[in-house]
Design a protein around this ligand. Structure first.
Ligand SMILES: [Zn+2]
Length: 137
């Protein structure tokens, strides 16, 4: 994967905060294994879990995302559907929350790692040798 110079773009692309090349997750967001993270960056070897229980804090970030999804989908429902019945609100919020769950999970963890992981971008971070890196197949 090509390196991304901007930390903001590397965050959006869910890349390693240290080398901006290694992916934070092993499977696509639309896979049932969307939550799998490698223990270390496959490119530079940076630990993705700086300390045990590090991602407990991601629950609070996820809660913030959920409140935003609840509010935005409720307001959209009110204005686009003309104040429908309560079950329509409940169904809309539930479907929106469930559909966005993989993204909320991934970006909550990425926010934790980028903001509180104590890792900064090092363009010259040592790379693993080609024998240590996973093959492209
Ligand atoms: Zn890395």
């Amino acid at each position: 994967m090509p390196r991304i110079e901007s930390s903001a773009l590397a965050f959006v692309a869910l890349r390693c905060p240290r080398c901006h090349e290694g992916p934070l997750f092993t499977h696509p967001a639309l896979s049932f294994k969307f939550a799998r993270m490698p223990d270390n960056c496959p490119i530079c070897g940076q630990a993705y879990e700086p300390e045990p229980g590090f991602y407990w804090g991601a629950m609070f970030v996820s809660y913030g995302f959920s409140v935003a999804i609840f509010a935005i989908s409720g307001v959209l429902c009110y204005y686009l559907l003309g104040d429908p019945a309560v079950w329509v609100y409940v169904l809309t919020v539930a479907v929106a929350s469930f559909a966005l769950m993989p993204l909320v999970f991934r970006y909550s963890r990425a926010i934790m790692l980028y903001l509180f992981g104590g890792v900064s971008y090092k363009p010259d971070a040592p790379r693993k040798s080609p024998l240590e890196q996973p093959s492209a197949s």
